[in-house]
Write a protein that binds this ligand. Structure first.
Ligand code: GLY
Ligand code: MN
Ligand code: MN
Length: 430
């Protein structure tokens, strides 16, 4: 592992909380993700299933976690199935977890090779009334054309045990995962710290006529050097009007003198993520107009982030953020106050320049699981990311920080990342 192992007390606690929400006499089965394939024999790499990781800490393919808290035999109450190594695997891929190591990582006493899974499950299924199965549930799930290991487990299990009750494990994890433990916040903070250093590298490297991907390389260098696993998502390095394309990530354009660059990037460390956005002038000095737009967005970030505190309904936060941005758009001369006063509330005019949400849960997923009908609570981690996009002026500006919700307000986990205009200009010119 590139990262320092997380204490298994986190996973023990997570399992206890998960089991407390299971219905009586049910079994939960969580599987790892597939290793994703590219063309021919090339593999894209492995990303663990986040629910499995949350409940076990195991970061290895071909893993199955079975929880049966009401099992008659104590030894069947939690079993971790891992891949048995052999000479071939050792020679080509290296070591896999031993049973003892899997116990150390997860805190689960009973570890078996996954070849035992079907036989052992048969005993438990006979005794149980239902199953909780994992599934990638997300508001914007776009992987419906790719069969996952979870999909295969659902199919297999329902065929083998058609008369058991079936429940969604993700319904429990989406309830638990939004509230972060101290150990989890520490990982997000570590990811954020690496992002800060990456951004500082960008500030010193940036010069007119560089390619956007050269700045991406600075971020990649820092995250790899610091033990980050991967980018949290493909970084967006968007200069000039490219910044108005919200998911721009080809990063293959030239950074032109006089343009501003939007960088939206994150680090994945120990499977936890940061997610930050900064905007910088290519030549080290913002133009007057860029400054106006930047200050407007920074104002929204500073004021809007104050609403990220316990008790705020998420919808209220988004509404107030929209109102903050709307006011700034009028000040910038982009919207007319009279027209705004008369606008159809279902089609607000600000959407022309500001078209996305500005706070999502952050954790094992960048857009982490959690219901937005739930009021903001202590222990949640949210991004705050207002933006203003003016394609006709070639300016797109978004600023994004990560906040831990505390008892009375929040803590900015990305405080160390330069954001004030003077600070950015000074760092770029030294
Ligand atoms: N970069 C993805 C986001 O900011 O939500
Ligand atoms: Mn982002
Ligand atoms: Mn974000």
């Amino acid at each position: 592992m590139r990262y320092n192992l997380i204490s298994n007390s986190l996973f023990i606690k997570n399992r206890k909380n998960f089991e407390a929400q299971m219905k009586p006499n049910t079994i939960a089965i969580l599987t790892s993700n597939d290793v994703k394939h590219n063309n021919a024999d090339d593999v894209m790499g492995f990303t663990q299933n986040n629910d499995l990781f949350y409940l076990s800490g195991i970061d290895q393919e071909d893993t199955i976690l079975v929880l049966y808290p009401d099992a008659y035999k104590e030894e069947n109450r939690a079993i971790l199935f891992v891949r048995e190594t052999n000479e071939h695997i050792k020679i080509w891929d290296g070591e896999k977890l031993t049973k003892e190591q899997a116990t150390e990582v997860s805190g689960i006493e009973r570890v078996e090779w996954n070849s035992e899974f079907e036989t052992l499950l048969q005993y438990m299924a006979f005794e149980a009334d239902g199953f909780y199965l994992g599934h990638n549930e997300h508001l914007k799930r776009v992987t419906k054309d790719q069969e996952t290991q979870q999909d295969r487990m659902i199919k297999w299990c329902k065929q083998k045990y058609p008369l058991h009750e079936y429940y969604r494990a993700a319904k429990i994890t989406r309830d638990l995962r939004p509230i972060k433990s101290d150990e989890e916040v520490a990982q997000i903070q570590k990811a954020a710290n690496i992002s800060v250093e990456g951004f500082k590298r960008v500030l010193s490297a940036c010069k007119p006529n560089m390619k956007e991907y050269e700045l991406e390389a600075e971020l990649t260098y820092e995250l790899t050097k610091s033990g980050g696993t991967r980018h949290a998502f493909k970084p967006i390095v968007a200069s000039g009007k490219n910044a108005c394309v919200l998911h721009y990530n080809t990063n293959d354009d030239v950074c032109k003198d006089g343009d501003m660059i939007l960088l939206d990037f994150g680090v994945c460390y120990a499977n936890y993520n940061s997610d930050t956005t900064r905007c910088i002038p290519v030549n080290g000095k913002f133009t007057e107009r860029q400054k106006e737009v930047y200050k407007a967005v920074l104002h929204c970030l500073k004021e809007g982030s104050k609403l990220l505190k316990p008790g705020t309904p998420h919808a209220d936060y988004e509404k107030q953020m929209a109102s903050l941005v709307e006011t700034q758009l009028i000040k910038l001369g982009l919207l007319n106050a009279d027209e705004v006063a008369k606008q159809d509330p279902k089609k607000p005019l600000y959407k022309k320049y500001f078209m996305h949400g500005t706070a999502h849960h952050l954790g094992l997923d960048v857009h982490d699981v959690g219901l937005y009908s739930r009021t903001i609570e202590e222990g949640m981690v949210f991004t705050c990311e207002p933006g203003i996009y003016i394609p006709e002026e070639g300016i797109g500006c978004r600023l994004e920080n990560d906040y831990l919700i505390t008892k009375d307000g929040n803590v900015n986990l990305t405080e160390a990342m330069p954001i004030e205009i003077e600070e950015i200009e000074s760092l770029m010119n030294n």
